[in-house]
Design a protein around this ligand. Structure first.
Ligand code: DUC
Ligand code: ZN
Ligand code: ZN
Length: 468
């Protein structure tokens, strides 16, 4: 018997083509695509289904240190299990450098947490919070060589934010090494000022999270980030873009000839600031940064997806339990929006939301769906063509997608460690039913067959998209 697995009778969809063909797999890799491929030890019948390259979610937070008494809801086991059930085969969580910590120390902890616990492949971005001369001079360049080829910097959060000078110095490492910088664009000083005003007025409920981080705060920081990147002469990724004014900054920079990769997320298509105004502090469930905006901003993000401003559609899965003293309703967070941990779960619903709301509603076509959720993710972060496409020689990471299956989002049926979904009750059509990782059938017809430890850490090459 020549093949380990054949996926038969499906319709393959890549970022460029949609066509019926069978896929043969051997030793974890796609070895043939065609018809009448012969026999295999195992077979999947994908009649009436699409066969997609496994989803790649390049923006996920797992077991990230989150401050005093706050614990993220997912470890690698639950986070990657949830990702797998959402049709993903690779995720890229962030490894946070805490102040005073070396990058190697942070990575050692993170690898130890992931090792043997993953249902999907994983690779790590770094978060640089302490760009000392030795971090920028020695550690970071060496780590880029070792396959940690992307890092995020923050313009907000007291414990994480870098000054403009520090951002430039960090970007300079990217310039010298060919790594890719991701930026969280919100102006911390402006947020502080607005928090002060809200506190003086006694406006401490979750909805004040949104009004202390208005669009101008994100727009200004986006403008500054792309300007600093132009000065440093590096491409950059603007992560989690939430509105039309930030989009305009990206488009302006592109018109000037600068390479800017834009990312948006489900929350900016599906939620608004009104969701933060729920009864009994329930708005805390929707506290994330940047905050969800308004209908006009949602439309701007859809337009950005349609016209190609965005190369990436990621979840920014950053889960905290709601009804939990270590989560959203921690003792301080239950009384003041400033102490509600920022982030919402979403790794399992990312693909169904974009398929149902985007493809089925005619906003984007199927190849663009694949590009946004897998192919561009692999190209941007140095995993292509090993991952992100269906081609001979690529990893057999595949998602069999039922375009007609309608389900209503219910957290009780999700697989993450949180206790709610921000999309509870949303009816979506199009769900993954079978997920294959490196040729191994991990989920079939909704049943988990794989084991934790089947997913492994992947070191990465340089970005294919971020050419200057
Ligand atoms: N930024 C993220 O990327 N995720 C969650 C919180 C944040 O500020
Ligand atoms: Zn961020
Ligand atoms: Zn994030």
């Amino acid at each position: 018997m020549s093949f380990d697995l054949i996926v038969r009778n499906g319709t393959i969809a890549t970022a460029s083509d949609v066509y019926p063909a069978d896929i043969a797999v051997k030793e974890g890799v796609i070895v043939q695509i065609g018809r009448d491929l012969g026999e295999a030890k195992d077979e999947i019948d994908a009649s009436g289904k699409y066969v997609l390259p496994g989803g790649i979610d390049s923006h996920v937070h797992i077991a990230q240190p989150s401050g005093d008494g706050i614990v993220m809801a997912d470890d690698f086991e639950s986070g990657t299990r949830s990702a797998l059930f959402g049709g993903n085969t690779t995720i890229l969580p962030f490894c946070l450098q805490e102040k005073g910590q070396s990058l190697r120390e942070a990575l050692k902890r993170y690898h130890a947490l992931a090792e043997g616990n993953c249902y999907t492949d994983v690779s790590f971005h770094l978060i640089i919070s302490d760009p000392t001369p030795s971090v920028l001079g020695q550690e970071l360049p060496a780590l880029v060589e070792d396959g940690y080829t992307s890092f995020k910097v923050f313009m907000t959060y007291e414990a994480l934010r870098l000054s403009d000078a520090e951002i430039l110095d960090t970007m300079d490492v990217a310039r010298r090494t060919g790594a890719l910088v991701m930026v969280h664009c919100e102006n911390e000083d402006a947020i502080r000022y607005l928090i002060g005003r809200h506190e003086a007025d006694g406006q401490l409920a979750p909805k004040s999270h949104a009004s202390t981080r208005p669009i101008a705060v994100e727009r200004e920081a986006t403008h500054r980030a792309v300007s600093l990147a132009e000065v440093a002469d590096v491409p950059l990724v603007i992560v989690h873009v939430s509105n039309g004014e930030a989009i305009e900054e990206i488009e302006r920079a592109r018109r000037r000839g600068h390479k800017v990769i834009g990312e948006t997320c489900p929350q900016y298509l599906m939620l608004t600031a009104d969701d933060l105004d729920g009864m009994d502090w329930e708005g805390a469930k929707f506290v994330c940064s940047p905050p969800p905006r308004d209908k006009e901003s949602q439309q701007a993000c859809w337009d950005g997806l349609e016209r190609g401003v965005f190369d990436l559609f990621s979840s920014d899965h950053c889960p905290f339990r709601y009804d939990d003293p270590e989560g959203k309703l921690n003792p301080k967070g239950a009384n003041h929006f400033r102490h509600i941990p920022n982030g919402i779960p979403g790794v399992e619903t990312r693909l169904p939301i974009l398929f149902s709301e985007g493809v089925l509603k005619g906003r984007i076509d199927l190849p663009r769906f694949v590009a946004l959720t897998s192919t561009n993710q692999a190209k941007t972060y140095g995993l292509y063509p090993q991952k992100g496409t269906i081609a001979i020689g690529s990893d057999a990471d595949l998602t069999v997608w039922d375009p007609n299956l309608t389900r209503t989002v219910a957290h009780a049926e999700m697989h993450d460690g949180a206790d709610y979904s921000p999309y509870e009750g949303l009816e979506l059509t199009g769900w993954p039913i079978t997920t294959i990782l490196g040729g191994k059938v991990m989920i079939h017809d909704g049943e988990l067959l794989g084991s934790k430890g089947d997913g492994i850490y992947r070191s990465r090459g340089r970005s294919n998209l971020a050419t200057r």
